[in-house]
Design a protein around this ligand. Structure first.
Ligand code: T3D
Length: 267
């Protein structure tokens, strides 16, 4: 199935994998208020569709996403009074990041080119991030007089530690995909000519794994970063109780006993 949800967001479903492509290549897929609203709606739709088991997030053309569209009337004032950026971040980016992080299916950012500002934040919010070797990540905020947003202050230290988070955020230098993989910011950096195929294989693999298990795993890892060990152990026991009664566990055990590949169906 292939359709255009909105003029600047392409939506394509192949089997259980739904791909959302930011499609404003002339401005490096930067995000307007309209595009953010369309993305949010597309994610809500994907979350409600039982046949979707993995969402891939990518960009058209040479960039993944250059962050907030700095020419969008939603952020650029036409008079002497500046726009309230706190309102923009709170009403656009906060719900988008929370929606992405709470998707009931695994999410994969396929970073085809530069990911800057909120574009980098959105990529890093996904469960897995795979980037083309020629792609790069830029905390573009300080260069324009802003702090890292769209979850960057939360994500960066968790992914790469405080020292690197501060260096990346304060200096705003371009970080190559290769270096991003080396420091643990992303899952993998892939040669440009192998990128599409490897993204496809990984997305299919994520879609074939037990969806609910992957989502509970994300939730437990996120909670575990701030909870005491005893609480984490209790949360693991509660999740294992739930999953132990689910059909996917029955299927996983049967597949193991019969020496065949499992066919997971829970979502
Ligand atoms: O503001 C709020 O609401 C608060 C929320 C903030 C969230 C944020 O994301 S803040 C950060 C915003 N993003 C940036 O500051 C990045 C700006 N872009 C760049 O620094 C560079 O474009 C890149 C390093 C990403 C890529 O550089 P390069 O040399 O490969 O491309 P380019 O020539 O700069 O850009 C190509 C075109 O895309 C160009 O248009 P033109 O001149 O050909 O008509 C450029 O203006 C446009 N473009 C790039 N980024 C944006 C953009 N247009 C609007 N908004 C952008 N963010």
């Amino acid at each position: 199935m292939s359709q255009t949800h909105a003029s600047h967001l392409s939506i394509d479903q192949q089997g259980a994998v739904l791909t959302l492509t930011l499609n404003r290549p002339e401005s490096l897929n930067s995000l307007t208020a309209v595009l953010v609203a369309d993305l949010l709606r597309a994610l809500d739709d994907a979350a409600a569709q039982p046949d979707v088991r993995c969402v891939v997030f990518t960009g058209a053309g040479r960039a993944f996403c250059a962050g907030q569209d700095l020419k969008d009337p939603a952020v650029v004032s036409d008079g002497p009074t500046p726009k309230d950026l706190g309102a923009v971040v709170g009403s656009n980016y906060k719900p988008l990041v929370l929606r992405l992080r709470s998707m009931p299916v695994p999410t994969l950012a396929a970073v085809n080119g530069v990911a800057a500002g909120a574009g980098a934040s959105l990529a890093l919010t996904c469960d897995m991030v795979v980037a083309r070797r020629s792609a790069a990540f830029i905390q573009a905020f300080s260069a324009i007089g802003l702090i890292p947003d769209s979850g960057a202050t939360w994500l960066l230290p968790r992914l790469v530690g405080r020292a690197r988070a501060l260096g990346l955020a304060m200096l705003g230098d371009k970080l190559s995909a290769e270096e991003a993989q080396r420091i643990g910011l992303i899952w993998a950096c892939v040669d440009d000519d192998a990128f599409d195929a490897q993204v496809g294989v990984l997305a299919q693999r994520l879609a074939s794994l037990p969806t609910k298990v992957l989502v509970r795993t994300r939730q437990l890892l996120d909670q575990g970063l701030t909870s005491p060990l005893e609480q984490a152990l209790d949360a693991e026991a509660a999740a294992q109780r739930e999953l132990g009664f689910a059909a996917d566990y029955v299927e996983g055990l049967a597949a193991f006993a019969q020496k065949r590949a499992p066919r997971f169906t829970d979502r």
